[in-house]
Ligand binder design. Structure first.
Ligand SMILES: NC(=O)c1ccc[n+]([C@@H]2O[C@H](COP(=O)([O-])OP(=O)(O)OC[C@H]3O[C@@H](n4cnc5c(N)ncnc54)[C@H](O)[C@@H]3O)[C@@H](O)[C@H]2O)c1
Length: 308
């Protein structure tokens, strides 16, 4: 198959590019290279890889890019609540208008797989299933919710509400909760944590890439539907994550009673629906922490790998 990945130069997109090439697909990455392009260099040796430097906010560029593709994985976005809060106008243009341009560009025969997010749920007391009403707390969640809705209404789409990613990819992100905590535990030796009881849910970036492959292979059954993507066994409180880190990295954790987490998400998610179709994650949080520890101890990276 020929697959276009918008935002394919990002943290998730590069993991997916690598996996799709490995599986023998033709991959075209369409990306504005907000964070540079070095992470793509190693893919150019593969003749099945191509790259278009373009902006999803430009409708003509999107129209040209989708020509001849069997499927589009739509990742291009201003990602995370801090980045959207910093540039709200840009966030709406990219996350909402960019998705509209994609809807106008693709035909009914082209499958769209959309990287939506569990951020759409917000703060929820019950376990979130795909039926749970969406109450996003941030502009990020609001733009992702709107884009998800527009795609499902208008085009053959598989919409994935992903857990928060962790792990190492070609483009590193150290602003994701587990990646951030491991980085700080290693470099500063301590963590200050607010609202330790907040529940969050996690998935390794490679398992995210596997989920897209799963949708490509099962598109007939999955089209038109939303799926939570993650694992029931990877719903953790922030305190539990700190304990897992402390078992592997010598660090001090201070649970602050004064102050607040500006990320207000607090929710537990059920992943039953996609599990019933046969998709399961393969990499645990413990393995992810060990992977990050090995990588960050060996390569002294600076904390520039963030979306703000
Ligand atoms: N990482 C997570 O934890 C997570 C969880 C749930 C959903 N998602 C979704 O997955 C997708 C990818 O996330 P990520 O972690 O790889 O983020 P990322 O910031 O690493 O990647 C986003 C990519 O989009 C590109 N981009 C931004 N604006 C663009 C534009 N106008 N035109 C073309 N390209 C543009 C950037 O250059 C970047 O390469 C996003 O849609 C995000 O909402 C991510």
């Amino acid at each position: 198959m020929k697959i276009l990945i918008t935002g394919g130069a990002g943290f998730v997109g590069t993991a997916l590019t690598s996996l799709l090439l490995e599986k023998g697909h033709d991959v075209c990455v369409f990306d504005s290279l907000m964070y540079g392009g070095d992470q793509l260099l190693s893919f150019f040796r593969n003749k099945r890889f191509s790259f278009i430097r373009g902006d999803v906010v430009d409708p003509d560029a999107v129209k040209d890019a989708v020509k001849g593709c069997d499927a589009v994985v739509h990742l291009a976005a201003i990602v995370g609540y801090p980045a959207c809060r910093k540039e709200p106008k840009l966030a709406k243009e990219v996350n909402v208008d960019g998705t509209k341009h994609l809807i106008n560009a693709v035909s009914k025969d082209q499958l769209v797989i959309y990287a939506s997010t569990g951020s759409n749920y917000g703060r929820v007391d019950d376990v979130c299933t795909e039926e749970t009403p969406l109450k996003p707390l941030s502009l990020y969640g609001q733009t992702k919710t709107l884009a998800e809705h527009m795609l499902l209404e208008n085009r053959p789409t598989v919409a994935y509400r992903f857990a928060t990613a962790f792990g190492v990819s070609y483009r590193l992100r150290l602003d994701l909760l587990i990646n951030d905590f491991v980085y700080r535990a290693l470099t500063e030796g301590y963590l200050v944590v607010y609202e330790k009881h907040f529940m969050r849910t996690f998935i390794h970036v490679h398992d995210m890439a596997r989920a897209f492959v799963f949708a490509l292979e099962n598109s007939r059954a999955m089209k038109g539907e939303v799926y939570n993507v993650g694992s029931d066994s990877m719903n953790y409180s922030k305190e539990q994550i700190c304990n897992l880190i402390r078992e592997r990295i010598d660090c001090y954790v201070h649970y602050a009673s004064v102050g607040e987490d500006t990320d207000k998400r607090d929710y537990v998610v059920s992943y039953d629906k996609i599990k019933k179709l046969g998709y399961e994650t393969t990499i645990s949080v413990e393995e992810g922490i060990e992977e990050l520890k090995r990588a960050l101890e060996a390569v002294k990276v600076e904390k520039k790998y963030s979306n703000v």
